[in-house]
Design a protein around this ligand. Structure first.
Ligand SMILES: Nc1ncnc2c1ncn2[C@@H]1O[C@H](COP(=O)(O)OP(=O)(O)O)[C@@H](O)[C@H]1O
Ligand SMILES: [Mg+2]
Length: 306
């Protein structure tokens, strides 16, 4: 998918995904060694986006299995289309002479609707297989995946083993609602994804609000940091900070003041407890002060006027 580290780095850059050089190297190694990448970290820290960006950078498509409690193997692997099978039976009435021929007719590949796992293995050239929010499924489902990821094949009772035509670049993500099993951890390259550093976050914000000043981008990154250091139930993620920055632009301001607290709270407080916390006037004010301090520190390290 990527011939060199430089090519990956350059093409990932072009997708607008911001990443540190070490992480780029890990992605490159995972791609070359055909190892799944396991991204674990808080919601909104860019895990899903990374998989989408890698696909874009690799000029390939993405097969996405969105996990949730109760997702079935049939949804992941695929299942026979029973309506189509019934149609076939009606259409071919009288043509079958024995049970065996009916059975083998119905087990034809054309009646099987592949799910994302099977589609990924059947790709002629490697795609990105994103198995998103794996922490939402149970142990049994995880064990099934393990088999596919180690043997790169699927067993479907009706028509046997499907071997991979190409080995996908697998990205597993977890928001840590359940602890993933050790076997899947061992098989993968484990990457802890945290909220970005203020430097990186201000670049991300800059890319989404390019017409604003650098000082504005830094201020948002500083506020993000100060809110995450506060003990909130749901600290704001990058995507919330992007919305926050856009909201400020719409409000026609490039500086956050405490007067804007009530209109900005819906962007920053996502639970009643957090909202009440932030409604304490001194609480909000002191967070803004901290944010400004972080923004100044950022300006100092980046060596340009704040
Ligand atoms: N490193 C990054 N570079 C660019 N955008 C990012 C980055 N991290 C997060 N984002 C933005 O934040 C949004 C949420 O990220 P997402 O991948 O959905 O988070 P997660 O899957 O970890 O919950 C993305 O759509 C993207 O706009
Ligand atoms: Mg996600």
């Amino acid at each position: 998918m990527f011939d060199s580290l430089e090519a990956l780095s350059h093409r990932l850059d072009a997708t607008g995904y911001f990443i540190n050089p070490v992480m780029t190297q890990v992605i490159y190694l995972a791609a070359r060694l055909q190892k799944p990448l396991l991204l674990e970290g808080p919601a909104g820290s860019g895990k899903t986006q990374l998989a989408l960006s890698v696909a874009k950078a690799g000029n390939t498509h993405i097969e996405r299995l969105q996990c949730y409690q109760g997702v079935t193997e049939a949804q992941a692997i695929g299942s026979f289309d029973s309506a189509l099978q019934r149609l076939y039976l009606e259409f071919s009435k009288g043509q079958h002479t024995d049970w065996h021929s009916i059975q083998s007719g119905l087990a034809g590949r054309e009646f099987f609707r592949p799910g994302p796992l099977m589609r990924a293995l059947e790709c002629e050239r490697p795609c990105v297989l994103l198995i998103d929010e794996l922490d939402k499924v149970d142990d049994g489902f995880e064990a099934m995946l393990l088999e596919i990821l180690s043997a790169w094949q699927l067993s479907i009772p009706e028509f046997g083993t499907v071997k991979a035509k190409s080995i996908p670049f697998v990205v597993l993500t977890s928001n840590e609602e359940r602890r993933l099993g050790d076997p899947i951890r061992r098989r993968s390259l484990y990457v802890r994804v945290e909220h970005p550093t203020p430097e990186l976050e201000s670049e991300i914000i800059a890319s989404r609000t390019p017409d604003a000043e650098t000082s504005f981008h830094r201020e948002i990154a500083g506020i993000a940091r100060s809110f995450r250091n506060y003990s909130l139930e749901k600290p704001p993620s990058v995507s919330e900070m992007i919305d926050f920055a856009r909201a400020l632009q719409l409000l026609g301001t490039n500086h956050v003041t405490e007067e804007l607290r009530d209109v900005l709270l819906p962007f920053l407080a996502k639970t009643e407890k957090d909202r009440r916390h932030l409604m304490l006037r001194e609480g909000f004010k002191s967070l803004l002060d901290d944010g400004e301090r972080y923004a100044r520190e950022l300006a100092a390290t980046e060596g340009s006027p704040s």
